[in-house]
Write a protein that binds this ligand. Structure first.
Ligand SMILES: Nc1ncnc2c1ncn2[C@@H]1O[C@H](COP(=O)(O)OP(=O)(O)OP(=O)(O)O)[C@@H](O)[C@H]1O
Length: 605
């Protein structure tokens, strides 16, 4: 019971935002011209019309059950005139309306699904990317696995199933209510065989007991499917992700001869997919036994119940037919859970996945320095704000790992504008982590970072180049301009930057669409990032081993290029090579203070 309450609360939390969104959207409702309207207004109009059509469809079914009674009576009485007239007037009229309404309802459901999915996907993608939640989710290492699957697949499944199940439930309830009345009225003709004792609503009780019993058995048999379906999706996504990762690291795997290890790994992942699927098959077999038996028994049970009355000439064939169909409709709608069980099991899994996803996005957002929540125990906030001058001041800063272990302590460190500084020290001493904190993406720790101002007294622009730059898949001009739009710079500017970065052989390939991080060497990728810096002209440039894949001569000429092309840019580098010392005016060492804790100190000359 508690589980059901929780599930309904989760569904409510996932559904409500769309139906209360005040964002504006453009509606196109034929024959009206396009107009702006709030999302929630459109959502409610869609829902109201779809529900109204659902009611109309049930009402037509009730009307047709009376048609069926009259029709079978005409058959029993061999009344051909009534038979044909009922068919061409009553049946044809209502059947045509039914068909048109069903088509219109399908179209509206599809439009609503598209709009709802678009809105929800944009919202989730936004939340996932804002405040670096996607990165912090990785750092926290808990919560939602495979966020890509949740955004691409689960949102659509959630919407489709919410609509299908809600309408199914609504249709079942209205069908139940209308045909329960019909069945109650029909029950008046039935007495205990051989007596004149009447049980009010005899047929209705019969249908009720039958359906409740079957629903209870179905629930008992089908319950494990909820967990199994949840796990199936997870195993499928893990398998898909492993394949995608192999595609990404194809060269590295080939070089190290990793194919057999990969095969084994993939076969393990696929084994989990199949193992779980077999468990689903085994459970579904049992469930099918219940639902198929129910379907068969439901076909004959109403006839069995009313046959004695028909044979005793107490009811007509039409009456028997109408009773049987009303009984069928009532038990069908009562057994809504039976027919929808596997959908519900799947639905619950989708709801759980979206709920854990939103939960872990919220936890990750809370980590952000701009976030509002202070609840995370390990985050005591790194205050990162614009300072009062052109320098970068760090004071009383402690940087921790996600588990709370302190790795870096900075009592006082200032980078002055215009200088070139090199941060060096042992591997794992927290150099990159210090850069991450300066960039504002490392949330664990406390202390203060005063960001520099530019020459006009506004916030200075900062650009950080990592060792392995991110290159989007697409035209080269997009990769060079990233994260700015591809048309930010003219072809001439892009070519000039590429040539300066010693990538002259790429200047005529600006429109070539490729997976650039797979086709360029690491040294070329690093030079492409340098070209980005030349275009962006930041006030401060941080190079985290951003020239490590170049030979020493090339590295030196890139540093000279940066000094020449970006004379106003302050340069702070991380690097291990001793030749880098000569290229920087100041060297700062990460010095161990014991206990795996490091502190930056100016290099003794
Ligand atoms: N996301 C993370 N989760 C847990 N530990 C991390 C994470 N990122 C970094 N660390 C740990 O923090 C320590 C410092 O890492 P960092 O990358 O800052 O070192 P570095 O000095 O830049 O090393 P290198 O010179 O090898 O690049 C390392 O021990 C590393 O294992």
């Amino acid at each position: 019971m508690h589980g059901l309450k929780q599930a309904l609360a989760d569904i409510w939390r996932l559904t409500l935002p769309y139906f209360t969104s005040r964002e504006l959207t453009t509606a196109r409702i034929w024959p009206l011209p396009a107009f702006a309207v709030q999302q929630r207004v459109l959502a409610l109009i869609f829902a109201a019309v779809i529900i109204a059509i659902e009611f109309a469809l049930v009402a037509i079914n009730v009307r047709l059950s009376y048609f069926s009674r009259d029709w079978f009576n005409a058959i029993q009485n061999k009344d051909a005139a009534s038979f044909w007239s009922l068919l061409f007037t009553v049946f044809l009229f209502w059947a045509v309306i039914y068909i048109v309404a069903a088509i219109y309802q399908y179209a509206l459901k599809s439009y609503m699904r598209i709009r709802w999915r678009t809105w929800l996907t944009e919202r989730y993608v936004g939340q996932w990317l804002d405040h670096n939640a996607h990165y912090h989710m990785q750092l926290l290492g808990h919560g939602a696995d495979n966020p890509d699957q949740r955004i691409q697949q689960d949102i659509d499944s959630f919407i489709l199933r919410t609509m299908t199940l809600f309408l199914g439930l609504l249709s079942s309830v209205t069908t139940l209510a209308s045909f329960a009345v019909v069945l109650w009225q029909l029950s008046a003709a039935f007495t205990f065989p051989g007596t004149s004792v009447q049980v009010p609503g005899f047929l209705l009780w019969g249908a009720l007991i039958f359906a409740v019993l079957a629903t209870w058995i179905t629930h008992k048999v089908g319950k494990p499917l909820i967990r199994l379906n949840f796990e199936q999706e997870k195993y499928e996504a893990d398998f898909r992700f492993s394949l995608a990762r192999l595609r990404e690291y194809g060269e590295q795997v080939a070089l190290i001869g990793g194919a057999p290890a990969e095969k084994q790994h993939l076969s393990g992942r696929f084994g989990a997919v199949i193992g779980n699927f077999l468990a689903i098959v085994s459970r579904t077999k049992k469930l099918t036994a219940v639902t198929a038996a129910y379907g068969q028994i439901a076909n004959v049970i109403p006839y069995v119940l009313v046959a004695p009355y028909y044979f005793a000439d107490k009811i007509t064939l039409g009456g028997m037919q109408q009773t049987a169909s009303a009984f069928g409709r009532v038990s069908d709608s009562l057994s809504f859970f039976i027919s929808a069980y596997s959908t519900i099991a799947d639905y619950k899994a989708v709801v759980d996945r979206l709920t854990t996803f939103t939960g872990s996005v919220d936890a990750a957002r809370a980590l952000d320095s701009q976030g509002q929540d202070e609840s995370h125990a390990l985050v005591t906030r790194i205050a990162r704000a614009e300072g009062a001058d052109g320098a970068l001041h760090i004071a009383g800063l402690a940087l921790n790992l996600p588990d709370g272990t302190q790795i870096v302590r900075v009592q006082e460190l200032t980078f002055r504008p215009g200088e070139t500084a090199l941060l060096t020290g042992p591997s794992g001493s927290g150099k990159s982590t210090l850069f991450r904190a300066i960039a504002g993406i490392w949330p664990f720790g406390h202390g203060a970072i005063a960001l520099p101002q530019d020459e006009k007294g506004g916030p200075a622009s900062l650009l950080l180049l990592p060792q392995r730059p991110y290159l989007p898949i697409g035209p080269l001009r997009e990769a060079v301009s990233y994260p700015s739009a591809a048309d930010t710079w003219s072809d001439q500017e892009l070519r000039r930057a590429l040539e300066a970065a010693q990538l002259g052989h790429l200047v005529n390939r600006l429109d070539e669409d490729r997976h650039w991080s797979q086709s360029l060497s690491l040294g070329e990728q690093q030079r492409l990032a340098i070209a980005r810096a030349l275009l962006a002209r930041p006030d401060w440039l941080f190079l985290d081993e951003a020239t490590s894949a170049m030979d020493e001569g090339l590295e030196a000429s890139i540093y000279k290029l940066l000094a020449r092309e970006l004379p106003r840019t302050t340069l702070v580098s991380i690097g291990h090579r001793s030749t880098l010392h000569a290229l920087h005016g100041r060297v700062i060492d990460m010095v161990s203070t014991g206990n795996r804790l490091f502190e930056p100190r100016d290099h003794a000359a």
